[in-house]
Write a protein that binds this ligand. Structure first.
Ligand code: BYC
Ligand code: FE
Ligand code: FE
Ligand code: FE
Length: 477
C-alpha cells in the first residue's frame, strides 16, 4: 500500500496531490545536500543492510536489503485513518477529529510540529561522526538505521508543514534544514539537541533516554485531535521502538562486558577504577555518570513542570496525555490536581497543582517509569555477576537547566547543595574531562565481521536473524 512510483514513496496518494508533491520535490534537493553535509560522515558510499518501510501494517512493514544511505527511500507514511475518530480530550472532547488545521489553533500546532521536526535532523547531526569509531559492523548498521529513520521523521513533519500550512509551512520546512546542532548562530531548538554525543556510550544513553522522550512526546501527539498528526506519529512510534532497543541492548552489552572482565580478573570492587579501566572496559561508576548526564538532559525536554503552554495545547485538543484514551477521567481536567515536585522555601516538596497546568510533569513521570523498567535488565546483569552495584536514575532536581530546579544545585540523591560544593563534587556525578578522555581512548573502530571492541559484548541475536559474522556494512563499495 505504499506507492514507490513517485520520487517520494508514500501512502498519502501524493501522485494525485500535485501541489504537495511539487513542494516536497522542491524541498528534496536541499534535504539531500543536508544529508551529504550533515549525515553519517565517511560512509555515504557504503552498502548498509537497512530496513525500509514498505507498508504500515505492524506485521511486516519492513524489508531488509543493502542500500547506500543517500539512496534510502525516505517516504511519507501515515498509519491508516481510523473511521469516525473523535478528539479524545480537551474543550472539543468527543467531536470529530480534524482532517484540516483548525484555524484558531494553527500557530500552536505549527510550533509543536516544527519543534518535533527540529529534533530529528539534530540527532543525525549529533551522531554523524560515530560511524568512524563503531565497535562493530552490527553497531554501525544500527547507528545508520537510526539515522535514516530520524531523517524520515523529518520528512514526516515536513509533509505536514507543506500540506497543511501553506507558505509559512514551506518556510519552516526550509528552516529545518538551516539550523544546526550546537551552532552558535543557528542552533537546534531544544537544549539536549545542541549537546555533543562524543562517543558510543553517549550514543547508547541518548537512544535509551533521549529517544524515549521522543516516544513519550510522539505518544502525546498521537492523541492529537488533528488527525494527520496523530496518524503520522502512530507510524513513527513503530520505528522509535528500534531506537530504544539499540540503547537498551547497547547499555546491557557494555555492562555485561564490564562485569565479565571484572570477573575474569577477579575484581569484585566496582570502585577499583584504575584496575578495571586497565582491562579495556568502562567501569560502572563512569557508566552511572553518563547516565546521570543523559537522563537529566532528557528531563529538560519535558519543559517546565507547570506550563500554560501545555495546558493550552491540551485544552485545544492538540497534545494529549500518554495513553489518553485508556485514562478513566473527564479528559478535560476541569477540577483535578496533580502532585508536582517544587522548590518551596529552599526545600524540595510535592505540591498539588491544577492537573491541566501540570501536564509536562505528568508526562515526565510516565517517562521516568518507562526508563526505570529497562534499567532493571542492566542491574540484573550486575547482580548476576555477583557485583555489589546498582545503576539508578538521579533525583529530578539534579543538573537541571529547565523548570523548578534550574537555579539550584542538587546531588543525585536530591540533596540541595551550594555552588562551592557543586563545583568541587560535580566530577563525581557527571563525566569529567578525564572520564571522556578514557572513553575516547577505547573508541577504536572494529570493522571485521563478527568482531567487537574490547568494551562491549556481542549481541544475543543478529538483526533480521542474521548470523554473528554477518557483514552488516560493506564499507568499501
Ligand atoms: N530547551 O512551558 P514550557 C524526539 C522553551 S524528542 C529549550 O516550560 P512547554 C527525538 C519552550 O519552547 C521529542 N527550550 O514548556 C529524540 C518555551 O519557549 P517559548 C521532541 C525549551 O512549551 C531523539 C519556553 O521554554 N518533540 O523526537 O510546555 C532523537 C517555556 O516552555 C525547552 C517534542 O518536544 C528545552 N528543553 O513544553 C530524535 C514535542 N523546554 O514558547 C528525535 C513538541 C522548554 O517561550 N514540543 N523550552 O519561546 C512540545 O511539546 C513542547 O514544546 C515541549 C516544551 C515539551 C518541548
Ligand atoms: Fe525520531
Ligand atoms: Fe546527549
Ligand atoms: Fe528516534
Amino acid at each position: 500500500n505504499v506507492d514507490y512510483s513517485t520520487k517520494i514513496p508514500n501512502n498519502v496518494n501524493l501522485a494525485e496531490d500535485r501541489q504537495v508533491l511539487k513542494a516536497l520535490e522542491g524541498w528534496h534537493p536541499g534535504y539531500m545536500d543536508w544529508w551529504k553535509d550533515m549525515g553519517p560522515d565517511g560512509f555515504q558510499e557504503s552498502l548498509v543492510y537497512l530496513r525500509t518501510a514498505y507498508s504500515v501494517d505492524p506485521r511486516g512493514w519492513a524489508k531488509f536489503d543493502y542500500v547506500r544511505m543517500p539512496e534510502y527511500r525516505w517516504g511519507i507514511l501515515l498509519a491508516p485513518q481510523e473511521e469516525n475518530r473523535v478528539i479524545p480530550f480537551g474543550e472539543d472532547y468527543g467531536k470529530p477529529a480534524w482532517q484540516e488545521v483548525p484555524g484558531e489553533h494553527r500557530a500552536m500546532l505549527r510550533r509543536l510540529i516544527v519543534i518535533q521536526g527540529d529534533t530529528e535532523p539534530a540527532s543525525v547531526e549529533q551522531q554523524r561522526h560515530l560511524g568512524k569509531t563503531a565497535p562493530s559492523l552490527y553497531d554501525m548498521r544500527n547507528l545508520f538505521q537510526v539515522n535514516v529513520e530520524e531523517g524520515r521523521h523529518l520528512w514526516a513533519m515536513v509533509y505536514l508543514l507543506q500540506k497543511y500550512f501553506g507558505r509559512d509551512g514551506r518556510e519552516e520546512a526550509d528552516d529545518l534544514l538551516r539550523r544546526r546542532s550546537g551552532d552558535a548562530d543557528s542552533p537546534r531548538m531544544l537544549g539536549a539537541f545542541n549537546e555533543a554525543t562524543p562517543d558510543w556510550l553517549s550514543f547508547f544513553m541518548f537512544t535509551y533516554f533521549t529517544d524515549r522522550d521522543g516516544k513519550m512526546q510522539l505518544h502525546s501527539l498521537a492523541q492529537s485531535g488533528f488527525d494527520p498528526l496523530s496518524r503520522t506519529c502512530r507510524f513513527m512510534l513503530t520505528e522509535e521502538a528500534h531506537h530504544m532497543f539499540v540503547g537498551e541492548t547497547g547499555i546491557t552489552r557494555v555492562v555485561q562486558r564490564t562485569c565479565d572482565a571484572m570477573k575474569d580478573a577477579g575484581i569484585t570492587d566496582p570502585n577499583d577504577i584504575a584496575r578495571i579501566r586497565a582491562l579495556g572496559v568502562i567501569d560502572l561508576p563512569t557508566i552511572q555518570k553518563k547516565l546521570n548526564l543523559h537522563y537529566s538532559l532528557s528531563l529538560d525536554l519535558f519543559g517546565s513542570e507547570v506550563s500554560t503552554n501545555a495546558a493550552n495545547a491540551f485544552n485545544a485538543g492538540i497534545k494529549g496525555r500518554y495513553k489518553e484514551t485508556t485514562i478513566d477521567d473527564d479528559h478535560q481536567l476541569k477540577s483535578s490536581t496533580y502532585p508536582v515536585m517544587k522548590l518551596v522555601d529552599g526545600q524540595i516538596k510535592m505540591v498539588d497543582e491544577p492537573a491541566l497546568t501540570a501536564l509536562n510533569m505528568r508526562l515526565r513521570d510516565d517517562y521516568t517509569q518507562d526508563c526505570v523498567k529497562g534499567m532493571l535488565r542492566w542491574n540484573k546483569v550486575i547482580s548476576t555477576a555477583g557485583i555489589d552495584y546498582k545503576l539508578t536514575v538521579p533525583n529530578t532536581a539534579f543538573h537541571r537547566q529547565i523548570g523548578e530546579f534550574k537555579d539550584v544545585h542538587a546531588t543525585p540523591d536530591g540533596l540541595l547543595i551550594d555552588d562551592a560544593t557543586w563545583a568541587s563534587r560535580k566530577n563525581d556525578w557527571l563525566p569529567s574531562t578525564a572520564d571522556g578522555d578514557f572513553i575516547a581512548s577505547l573508541m577504536k573502530p572494529v570493522t571485521e565481521p563478527g568482531e567487537f571492541a574490547s568494551w562491549i559484548s556481542a549481541p544475543k541475536v543478529g538483526i533480521d536473524n542474521k548470523p554473528g559474522d554477518f557483514e552488516y556494512v560493506r564499507i568499501e563499495s
